[in-house]
Design a protein around this ligand. Structure first.
Ligand SMILES: Cc1cc2nc3c(=O)[nH]c(=O)nc-3n(C[C@H](O)[C@H](O)[C@H](O)COP(=O)(O)OP(=O)(O)OC[C@H]3O[C@@H](n4cnc5c(N)ncnc54)[C@H](O)[C@@H]3O)c2cc1C
Length: 412
């Protein structure tokens, strides 16, 4: 007689990545348990909620109910007060209500047949007879469930990754995000603040939501993000003169491209696997892409009854095929960004104020695939190649520069 509930798959974490994996595996008739430590899916949220329309398609959700604003471009500020606007001619990004978005995805997982266990925390696991025993606890009791496959979708500070001995991020960015009342500059433009000492190694943002509300946030690799936010507000007094903070939350952005995101009977997905864009910290799109590969591999491995690391390795291979080069180019762009100072940001903004560059950004800019911008920019700014080459030397990734510039050279 079995003394534990048994599942084909247990997914830890009902963020977008975990719910998408649970939905797609359950849709194939497998017995899936989705475990979430909070009382409600999607809350509290730490996210600025900026995604591309492409992400909604990938999530297979209709926009109803959670799209709050459509954004076509950006205003970029530097510390010296210089600014440049990039007015796009199409919707580049959507501001979404992340709580509702996550709830809608979890709802789809339930509709597909997954069981959702709320207010329950996974506290560890052990291996027995080719299966994984996951320890769960809630306010009332401790429980152990048995599974053929464990999916760690438990976010940037993944316990599953640690318990499995899988590598964590190379670098983390501490972020803070506030819902605020703020005078509106332009309802369809995101504002970005590039200030080396106010947002060390990252940037600040305002995402307009309409009705005088916005999301205001900042990231940093050093010290307290909340302190950085206060300094940002103080440094731009006229922009923030009528600021009223309604709600603040914080979180961690994990960066890196771990060599292993799976082992026997176990896979990591989303932030737990560092599936995050190094240029923006956005992880909803990349997490959903990871979830798609993860679920496809899981279904095949369950059907073949082979949950070995070798069989699950197809997941890593397909994730790298989808996003490996993009993330490596993103890491290179981040290296360049880290080398720029406030004077360089001023130079960049002066260039952006000249129409051709702004036009290229508007035309090719894609927050999911910043690499699409590199080739047209390199045509226009030959110095960019020098910068990229320097960064490639620093990162030991010289071949990447050739990959990026091959199309430029061949078209000359
Ligand atoms: C300040 C900030 C702003 C951001 N802004 C954006 C943005 O604008 N656009 C964008 O695309 N991305 C943004 N991100 C990143 C984005 O939030 C993440 O990449 C995304 O949430 C990852 O989804 P996920 O499903 O992998 O993990 P998460 O959304 O973190 O979900 C993990 C879930 O696991 C649960 N969990 C954790 N441990 C356990 C456990 N032991 N037992 C049970 N449950 C557990 C958590 O409660 C959580 O619900 C931002 C991040 C930060 C910090």
């Amino acid at each position: 007689m079995k003394d534990h509930s048994q599942y084909d798959v247990v997914v830890i974490g009902a963020g977008p990545s975990g719910s998408a994996v649970a939905r797609d595996i359950a849709a194939h008739g497998f017995n899936v348990l989705l475990v979430e430590e909070h009382q409600q899916v999607g809350l509290p949220t730490h996210c600025a909620g900026l995604i591309t329309p492409r992400t909604l398609e990938l999530a297979d959700l209709r926009a109803d109910g959670f799209v709050q604003n459509e954004l076509t471009g950006a205003i970029i500020h530097s510390h010296s007060g210089l600014e440049a606007s990039i007015e796009g001619d199409r919707v580049h990004a959507l501001a979404i209500d992340r709580g509702r978005f996550d709830a809608a995805l979890a709802e789809r997982a339930i509709e597909s047949g997954a069981r959702l266990l709320l207010h329950t925390r996974a506290s560890g696991f052990e291996r027995r007879d080719g299966l994984i025993r996951v320890h769960l606890k809630n306010e009332r009791r401790h429980e152990t469930v048995e599974t053929r496959l464990l999916v760690g979708a438990d976010g940037a500070r993944s316990g599953v990754a640690q318990w499995a001995g899988l590598p964590g991020p190379d670098e983390v960015v501490y972020g803070v995000n506030a819902r605020v009342h703020l005078d509106q500059r332009a309802s369809h433009l995101v504002e970005v603040f590039l200030c080396r000492d106010l947002a060390p190694a990252w940037f600040g943002w305002i995402i307009p939501l309409g009705d005088g509300q916005a999301r205001l946030g900042i990231g940093t690799t050093q010290g307290s993000a909340a302190r950085c936010l206060k300094k940002l507000v103080a440094a731009f007094p006229s922009r923030f003169q009528n600021l009223k903070i309604l709600e603040v939350s914080g979180g961690v952005i994990p960066l890196g491209l771990p060599e292993r995101i799976h082992t026997d009977n176990l896979m990591l997905v989303g932030d737990a696997a560092c599936q995050v864009k190094p240029t923006s910290g956005g992880g909803v799109y990349t997490g959903l892409l990871g979830a798609r590969s993860c679920a496809q591999t899981a279904v095949r491995a369950l059907e073949e009854d082979d949950l070995s690391a070798e069989s699950l390795g197809r997941y890593h291979a397909s994730w790298i095929e989808d996003m490996g080069e993009e993330l490596q180019t993103g890491a290179l762009l981040r290296k360049i960004f880290m080398r720029l100072g406030d004077g360089d940001f001023d130079t960049l903004l002066s260039l952006l104020r000249k129409q051709p560059l702004a036009r290229i950004l508007s035309r090719y800019g894609d927050i999911d695939h910043p690499s699409h911008l590199v080739t047209p920019l390199a045509r226009m700014l030959p110095n960019l190649r020098v910068l990229l080459s320097m960064a490639a030397l620093v990162t030991d990734r010289e071949e990447l520069v050739d990959d990026v510039f091959a199309p430029v050279s061949s078209s000359r």
